[in-house]
Design a protein around this ligand. Structure first.
Ligand SMILES: Nc1ncnc2c1ncn2[C@@H]1O[C@H](COP(=O)(O)OP(=O)(O)OP(=O)(O)O)[C@@H](O)[C@H]1O
Ligand SMILES: [Mg+2]
Length: 453
């Protein structure tokens, strides 16, 4: 069935079976399926997702009127708006044909039709459908403007960008989970920009502010509320009115404040410290953490009810080492940026690129950014070496075991075999081809490395 969908055939909807045959025959260079009434047509639409449909407006049970035809047209376009529908009408039915086009039909032809004209019309419809699908595919690969500063080609990251784009205009609270330096703030800002909310983007780091100050930072305070409260000051939540509030490191928020935050999220009203009056605030909340919140909940350090309020949409950002090809891509982009800032045209040497690709980046993009920044300052020539980015010999110096040739070879073999098996979807013969060894050799290897078939 899925291959049928891929081909997206032509659907011919015609209740007069002789005519149906004739149409199919005239269009025999296109792969086609048929239907004779509205119900069977919709079944075919769902089953084959046809790219092009030719249809009669007069369909049973009321073949003399056009009501079934219009209903079908409406249903097809609702189910698959990209379908190109060509309406075949009687000679004196121009007004209905025009109405059909007004409803979204691609074109109309009067019966009896010239086979060449019909062919041409169907061919153009197929071509347009193909172009639009291609265009859609290309657009899906492009980054939305709000995330234009984000460099990635990793499929998982691109999917995350799509999610951010989709939920941006809603009020859903978004939770960004990811290791330090993976771009949580970049995504949060992108979400805000894409949301068209007029207010500010305000971020507060719950881990960086001492517990006793966090409450007044978040909720603000009235003059005289405590020693040192010289004047009434609005909190971060209020400042974000009409905009987006980012609660960074939410996992570090102390329990008493969690209760207060929950109350705010339920009632959308803040009360400043020392104040008596509730102030209504409209904010979109985004939170982020590198902590495992499920664990925090289990240990009683994080409120489960607050979690569900904050986690309407959860986005798990992969670490840099799990993104395919991104380390090198980002490195090039940082070299261009920092080189440009110093008025130098710098490039990465091969050994630097190799080191960047094989390093595990515990500090993620921030670490990469810092290393390249430092390298652009330190480099003597126009090429940044592995030494300049501080990764020279990183593999060898970590521990002596990595100097052991046998262990190194085994680790490399295991990586290659696993990768080949994965790429070959578990087919040993194919994996052996990829590795350039015979099938028995691969079986031996797998046996030696303790890998299951
Ligand atoms: N995909 C990306 N493309 C370009 N730059 C990026 C990308 N992701 C992150 N950065 C840059 O890396 C740095 C770290 O990103 P960010 O501050 O968003 O990470 P974070 O997840 O919030 O980190 P932390 O947990 O430490 O707060 C920033 O300078 C940001 O501009
Ligand atoms: Mg951050």
């Amino acid at each position: 069935m899925s291959t049928d969908k891929l081909q997206q055939p032509l659907l011919v909807v015609e209740d007069d079976l002789a005519l149906q045959k004739q149409i199919k025959w005239s269009l025999d260079r296109f792969e086609s399926v048929t239907a004779h009434d509205r119900e069977s047509a919709m079944t075919q639409v769902r089953r084959y997702s046809p790219a092009v449909v030719t249809m009669d407006l007069g369909l049973p049970p009321d073949a003399d009127s056009v009501s079934e035809g219009f209903k079908l047209l409406e249903q097809i376009l609702a189910a698959a708006p990209d379908t190109k529908v060509i309406v075949l009408t009687g000679q004196n039915d121009q007004s209905n044909a025009v109405k059909a086009v007004g409803m979204g039909a691609y074109d109309f032809l009067a019966k009896p039709f010239e086979p060449e004209v019909l062919n041409l019309c169907v061919e153009r419809a197929f071509r347009l459908h193909h172009l639009q699908a291609e265009n859609k595919r290309l657009r899906a690969m492009q980054m939305p403007d709000a995330l234009s500063g984000l460099v990635t080609r990793d499929p998982q990251m691109l999917r995350i960008c799509r999610t951010i784009e989709k939920v941006a205009s809603t009020n859903a609270s978004v939770m960004l989970l990811g290791e330090s330096g993976t771009g949580k703030e970049v995504l949060a800002r992108g979400l805000h920009q894409q949301s068209n909310r007029k207010g500010n983007f305000v971020a507060i780091n719950c881990a960086a502010i001492p517990e006793n100050l966090l409450e007044s930072e978040l909720f603000g305070y009235e003059k005289g509320a405590f020693t040192g409260a010289a004047k009434t000051t609005p909190g971060k939540i209020e400042t974000a009115h009409g905009g987006t509030l980012m609660l960074d490191e939410i996992g570090d928020m102390p329990m008493p404040l969690q209760a207060k935050l929950l109350r705010f999220l339920q009632e959308r009203v803040v009360e400043r410290v020392g104040g008596r009056q509730g102030i209504p605030v409209d904010v979109r909340v985004v939170c982020a953490t590198h902590q495992n919140l499920a664990q925090c909940i289990k240990e009683g350090r994080f409120r489960e009810d607050l979690y569900y309020r904050l986690a309407e949409i959860v986005v798990e950002i992969p670490p840099l080492r799990a993104r395919v090809g991104d380390a090198a891509l980002l490195a090039h982009s940082f070299v261009r940026r920092f080189g440009g800032e110093h008025g130098r045209s710098l490039t990465l040497a091969d050994d630097a690129l190799r080191a960047i690709e094989s390093y595990s980046w515990p500090g993620n993009i921030r670490e990469l950014e810092n290393r390249i920044k430092r390298a652009t300052i330190m480099a003597d020539g126009n090429q940044l070496t592995a030494d300049d980015v501080g990764l020279a010999g990183a593999d060898g110096t970590e521990d002596d075991r990595s100097l052991d040739l046998r262990l190194t070879r085994e680790a490399a073999e295991q990586r290659a075999v696993l990768a080949a098996l994965a790429r070959a979807d578990g087919t040993v013969a194919k994996a052996a081809d990829l590795l350039g060894v015979s099938r028995p050799t691969l079986y031996d290897l797998m046996h030696r490395l303790g890998l299951k078939i």
